[in-house]
Structures are given as structure tokens and as C-alpha cells.
Design a protein. Structure first.
Ligand SMILES: [Zn+2]
Lengths: 371, 206
């Protein structure tokens, strides 16, 4: 699966583009702020029906314009698929496959797997546990619809329990009898999610370690440790025991919504002891592990987008990353970089076919010399 | 439309009232009000009378809490229906949906909603106690839960189940042909009919 052709209008700072891509490496070069990342984001939009960087669709429309549209022609299982995304300000977004509008966007997600790796993914390492849960949920729900349903149900039940906790101060006697049923259902749904996460992390760790070893050149011991209240006993009992405290705080302190995935470098949290480069290697390995999982699940390679990834890696690590993505498991790749010559050097080493595009002030042109 | 100057306070009042209805915005409310003005006076009177009579004279069946013109609804009053089989539903619309399947010959118990703290609905706001009383009286052989497969529906099922678990009654739930998370009302008749026929014991469904 790969994208053959992209046309777009008014997406972020990109006014208009008509581009043909290779099923190999597509390089986007230009200054910071020129619009390279916006092009990657347009590709992300066609796969996930939303932007990777901005949750509000209307803010994706180019300044002073009324609408945007993105259209991609994909080579998919021997056929051509045309995906259209369009938004007119103040209206519902349109999403079409071969000119037919989707009833639900969730029907589309998963059709065109894609992994975007960007410097902002450092959040996975440096920020709170919600970032790691989001990562787990994101990967798991791409190949397990049931998992997504369970998470949505759990979150709904959690909001209900929290509302009950907040009202408990005023009328304890009337709500006290209700906690048992909510606790029981939360424990039950939470247990399924806990088991799914446990299985997944057990499978993920060696893949993550493999990629980490490769990029770092070995010599560093890395681990992922899953922490969940479910490991401390039956959640129903934990919820019951913490009821008084929860009521005082007004929210639920036990459950899978507090899970964390601890990332260790030589036995210490990488968040605390890792250098910039080490942190980058960590999230790169996490995202590459995600890539391998999706490949295995779908039976074909997702599109890989590498946003500005060669900038802060030292030469050795950058070299290994390029050696890795040169392998046949990786098919279509998009890479952004500020320096054309440097990127040219890099991609030539992969032995894969490549094309260059120059991005300048929101305009994208195929680079003449490489045609 | 917020800054609209109405030529008449009477018109504005009517628009305000229409706009209170679910799913009606101010634009539609204005269209409806102007439509009423073009109607014959007796037609409008009949329309208004239907609404006030509905509100004043409708009964809730004293046995099942279904809507009814008399103190007991036509389903509960029907001697050919199996009064030992009680299907627990959220609303009157669910009764209508299940009746349309023509697969069910028992009676109903309308809860009036599901437990949902976020909507301010607790067990006491629903007709749970009359159901428990009915079961404890020994007149019921089987209770079938037919609530939405949402977290709230499941919680309500479970809440009731715990109250009647000791009574000599069989407790079943409709088979989940209805997709988890889907509202019962939107299930098509064939799926709904099949899930009633294939109902399963409640404790195994949990
Ligand atoms: Zn009745």
C-alpha cells in the first residue's frame, strides 16, 4: 500500500499542491516553517481523519480561506483507492472513499495504516502517564476494535462514578448504595483492559528492545515495566477500600486510568537520566515497534513519516536509522529535513528509489535535478 | 437569529415555545409558527387541544408504567399474554420497538430510564422498587432485561439483579445481537426479535 498522488488546497500554510510520489523514499526539504510538516500532516489526515498536531479542524484551513481539501490516490491491494477529505468552515467535514461518503469515520481508520514520528513524540518520555496510556490505546485499538469499545465503556463508567463521588458529600445516604454496582462493572471492564495491555506489553518489549539496540548500537540496557492497580489484587476490593478517600477527593484513585508504562535505561527512568539523544532513541524505538506491530497485523507496511528525525540524532544513530528504514520491511517513507545535501547523502545509502521535493513558503515543487 | 426583531410579541412567544422542543432550532421554530398562522383556526384549536389533553389525561399503567388511556394498559389488560414473564425496558419507545417484532408474548416493566449520575438519575428516580415488589410477591416466573448495552444499562441491570437475586425467579437478558454500546431503539426489528428469542441467563451474560 502506498500513496501515488496527492492534491490539496488550503491545508494549513499550503495553498495548492499536485504531487506524485514514489513507493520509496520521498524527501521534503526546506526551511523551518516552510510547510514540510504540514504536508506530512495532510497525509496523516487522510489515514486518521484528523490532524496529528491540531485537534480543531477549522484551524486547519489556510489563513483567510473558507475551506480545505485533501485528496489522495493510493495503490491498495492491487487496486486504486481515492480518499477525499474536505472541510468548509462551519460545516461538517466530508470524508469519502472512491467518491462515496463514509457514514462513520471509524469505518475508515485502519484502512491506510501510517506511523508518524516527530520530535514532539518526546512527550511519550517526558510527560505524564496519560501520554503512555494514549500510546498503548492508540496501537491496541488499531487492531482490536473490542479493546476500543472497552476503553470507551470504562471511561464512561469512570465519569459516572466520579460524578457520584462529587455528589456524595451532599447526600451520602442516598448514593452510598450505588457504588457497589459501578465498582463491580468498572472492575470487570478494567480487568479486560488490563489483561489486553499486559499481553500487548509482553509482546512489545522485545520488539522495542530490538529497535533500541539497533539504533543505539547496543551497550544500553532498556526495559519497559507495566504498573497497574490490578496487579495489587481484585480491583473491586481496592475501589471499596478507597471509597472514603475518593469521596473526599471527588475522583477515583484506583483503576486502569492510572496505569503507567515505566521506561528504564540501565535500571533508571529514562525521563530523569536520559540525554536528549537517548530520549529520542527511546521514542523512536517505541514508534518503530508500533510500526512493526501494525505491519504484522495488516500484512503490509504502513506508510512511515519521519519528521525532522535526523536533526538531533548524532551521526552514528542517524546512520543506523537510515540503514534500518532501507530494509524491505519499510516501503513508502516520507522524510523532512532542512538540508538538502545532507539528506541526499543519507538516502543514497539506503539503495531505495527516492524523489526530492522543495518546500518554500507553503509551495511545494518537485526538485528538478533528481527527476 | 439571536438579534432578530419580531414584529409581534405573540409571534415571539410562539417561536420561543416551539424552540423548546427537542431538535428544533430557532429557524425551524419560526417556520412552524408562520405555518400555524396560515392554518384554519379550527385546525389549530384541534392541534392545541391534542397536546393539552395528552398532558392532562394520559395515564401511566399502574402495573407496568407504560403509557395508557386507562389505569391499566392494553398489554397488561390482555389475558392472553403471559403475565409471569416480565420484560424490563427503559422507555415506552422500547415497548413499541419490541411489540413491533411480534416475537414477545409477556408483559413489560417500564423503568423510565437508566441509572446515570451524570444526568442526575439515581435508582429512586426509576420504577425499580415496584418491580422488586412485583417479583417478591411471587407472581413473576421470569424477568428479561432489555436495557441498552451501555455502561449505564448494564449498571441498572446489575443493580436490579442484586435486589431480586434471592427471589425464586429466573433472570435473563436479551442476547447481545444488539451491538455493545448501541441503543435498543436503533436496533432493527429482526435483530431485536432474534435477541429476545435467544435470551440467556443473566449471571452468565455478565
Ligand atoms: Zn401495563
Amino acid at each position: 500500500m502506498y500513496i501515488k498522488h496527492l492534491s490539496l488546497l488550503n491545508y494549513k500554510n499550503l495553498q495548492e499542491a499536485e504531487l506524485s510520489f514514489k513507493n520509496g523514499i520521498n524527501c521534503l526539504v526546506g526551511k523551518n516553517g516552510a510547510g514540510k510538516t504540514n504536508l506530512l500532516d495532510a497525509l496523516y489526515y487522510l489515514s486518521f481523519c484528523k490532524s496529528y498536531f491540531n485537534a480543531i479542524d477549522s484551524q486547519l484551513v489556510r489563513h483567510d480561506q473558507e475551506f480545505f481539501m485533501i485528496q489522495g490516490r493510493y495503490h491498495y491491494q492491487g487496486q486504486e483507492e481515492e480518499i477525499y477529505a474536505g472541510l468548509k468552515k462551519g460545516q461538517k467535514k466530508q470524508f469519502k472513499r472512491n467518491k462515496k461518503e463514509y457514514q462513520r469515520l471509524s469505518e475508515h481508520i485502519g484502512l491506510l495504516p501510517l506511523v508518524l514520528i516527530s520530535p514532539g513524540d518526546e512527550r511519550l518520555i517526558t510527560e505524564g502517564s496519560d501520554q503512555r496510556r494514549k500510546y498503548l490505546d492508540g496501537v491496541l485499538s488499531q487492531f482490536d476494535r473490542w479493546y476500543l469499545t472497552a476503553v470507551l465503556r470504562y471511561n464512561r463508567g469512570l465519569s459516572q462514578r466520579n460524578t457520584l463521588l462529587k455528589s456524595a458529600g451532599r447526600n451520602w445516604s442516598s448514593v452510598a448504595g450505588q457504588f457497589e454496582v459501578w465498582d463491580s462493572l468498572l472492575a470487570q471492564t478494567g480487568l479486560h483492559i488490563f489483561e489486553a495491555r499486559t499481553r500487548f506489553i509482553t509482546e512489545l518489549e522485545p520488539v522495542f528492545q530490538k529497535f533500541h539496540r539497533f539504533i543505539s548500537g547496543g551497550g544500553e540496557e532498556v526495559q519497559m515495566v507495566y504498573h497497574s492497580h490490578h496487579q495489587r489484587g481484585a480491583l473491586e476490593e481496592l475501589l471499596r477500600d478507597s471509597l472514603e478517600r475518593d469521596a473526599a477527593l471527588g475522583y477515583t484513585t484506583r483503576g486502569i486510568h492510572r496505569d503507567d508504562l515505566e521506561l528504564l535505561l540501565d535500571g533508571h527512568p529514562v525521563r530523569k537520566v536520559g540525554s536528549q539523544g537517548q530520549k529520542k532513541t527511546f521514542f523512536l524505538a517505541l514508534k518503530l515497534a508500533q510500526f512493526e506491530f501494525l505491519s504484522k497485523h495488516f500484512g503490509y507496511a504502513p506508510i512511515l513519516l519521519l519528521d525532522d528525525m535526523f536533526d538531533k540524532l548524532d551521526d552514528e544513530r542517524a546512520e543506523r536509522l537510515i540503514e534500518l528504514v532501507g530494509r524491505p520491511e519499510f516501503e513508502q517513507i516520507f522524510i523532512t529535513h532542512t538540508q538538502k545535501e545532507r539528506l541526499m547523502e543519507i538516502v543514497q545509502k539506503t539503495g531505495k528509489s527516492y524523489d526530492f521535493f522543495v518546500v518554500n513558503n507553503g509551495e511545494i515543487q518537485p526538485h528538478e535535478e533528481t527527476l | 437569529m439571536s438579534q432578530v426583531q419580531y414584529p409581534s410579541v405573540l409571534l415571539e412567544n410562539a417561536v420561543n415555545e416551539f424552540a423548546r422542543l427537542p431538535g428544533i432550532g430557532r429557524k425551524t421554530a419560526m417556520r412552524l409558527a408562520l405555518f400555524v398562522l396560515r392554518e384554519k383556526q379550527e385546525d389549530v384549536q384541534r392541534f392545541a387541544a391534542a397536546l393539552t389533553t395528552l398532558r392532562e389525561e394520559i395515564h401511566y399503567c399502574e402495573q407496568c408504567f407504560n403509557l395508557s388511556d386507562a389505569s391499566v394498559c392494553s398489554i397488561c389488560a390482555n389475558a392472553r399474554r403471559d403475565h409471569t414473564l416480565v420484560c424490563v425496558v427503559e422507555t415506552v419507545r422500547d415497548v413499541m420497538a419490541i411489540e413491533n417484532t411480534q416475537q414477545y408474548n409477556g408483559v413489560y416493566h417500564v423503568l423510565g430510564g437508566v441509572i446515570s449520575p451524570m444526568d442526575g438519575i439515581g435508582p429512586d428516580d426509576l420504577t425499580i422498587q415496584p418491580l422488586v415488589d412485583k417479583v417478591n410477591s411471587g407472581a413473576v416466573k421470569e424477568v428479561v432485561f432489555a436495557l441498552s448495552a451501555t455502561m449505564e444499562g448494564d449498571t441498572t441491570n446489575f443493580f436490579i439483579y442484586r435486589k431480586i437475586a434471592e427471589a425464586p425467579v429466573k433472570v435473563t437478558t436479551i442476547a447481545r445481537g444488539v451491538a455493545v454500546g448501541d441503543e435498543l431503539e436503533y436496533a432493527d426489528e429482526i435483530t431485536l426479535g432474534r435477541s429476545l428469542v435467544n435470551r440467556q441467563p443473566f449471571d452468565q451474560a455478565m
